[in-house]
Design a protein. Structure first.
Length: 219
């Protein structure tokens, strides 16, 4: 089901902010990092698959057993060709805070300012960090972080959606029976993508937005 947001002043302001951010040149001191989550259903085979043979692909029974779900936090630096993926049992604010804390304290420890692009999920706001870490610790951890929020109902403006689509097609589009297997497969995929420094080329500009969408703007 489609949910088309009204192109209000808030929508335009957030859209312009992101499009201007994406137009900036790559700066190691101020990385732009897009973050989003994805749920993955774990599935076990009901019967052992028939092994692959020359000229014959692996064959598996259409029936399967559900083995719960896991969450994947995905962060991608589009122009830096770097991504970080974390598999978690849940998607609580504590899990999100832990993931962002790792980005800030380990992955981008040398960055002067981290521009974090997120959507409007309730766990993505500063209060989550204050609730989990305490106000003083949250202020200290986030002093190098600037949050950039997508407009409501405009997840297409978060490039993490593009990276998740690639992850889906290249890694997750099959049965994965447990968290250990999921984590190992995702880690191998992430390592390969990072070694190849796969970037995302974003071409949609502020001028493109005005040309295509201006007649729908709501004052």
């Amino acid at each position: 089901m489609w949910c088309v947001g009204k192109l209000t002043e808030e929508y335009r302001s957030r859209m312009y902010d992101l499009l201007d951010l994406y137009a900036r040149p790559l700066r190691a001191s101020e990385p732009v990092v897009c973050v989003d989550e994805k749920s993955k259903q774990l599935l076990r085979h009901s019967r052992s698959p028939l092994p692959i043979r020359p000229g014959v692909p692996v064959r598996q029974d259409y029936e399967y057993k559900r083995a719960g779900t896991r969450n994947l936090f995905v962060a991608v630096e589009p122009k830096g060709g770097r991504r970080e993926v974390s598999v978690t049992a849940r998607r609580t604010k504590a899990d999100f805070v832990a993931f962002v804390s790792d980005l800030v304290g380990r992955v981008y420890a040398k960055a002067r300012r981290i521009h974090l692009v997120v959507d409007n999920l309730n766990t993505h706001f500063r209060k989550s960090f204050e609730d989990v870490l305490g106000i003083k610790a949250a202020q200290k951890m986030l002093r190098r972080v600037t949050f950039h929020y997508t407009p409501k109902h405009a997840s297409w403006l978060n490039m993490a959606e593009i990276e998740i689509g690639i992850l889906d097609r290249q890694c997750l589009d099959r049965r994965l029976p447990n968290q250990a297997t999921l984590t190992a497969e995702v880690s191998a995929w992430q390592q390969r993508r990072n070694d190849e420094q796969r970037c995302i080329e974003w071409s949609f500009t502020r001028q493109d937005a005005d040309r295509k969408m201006a007649r729908h703007y709501v004052s």
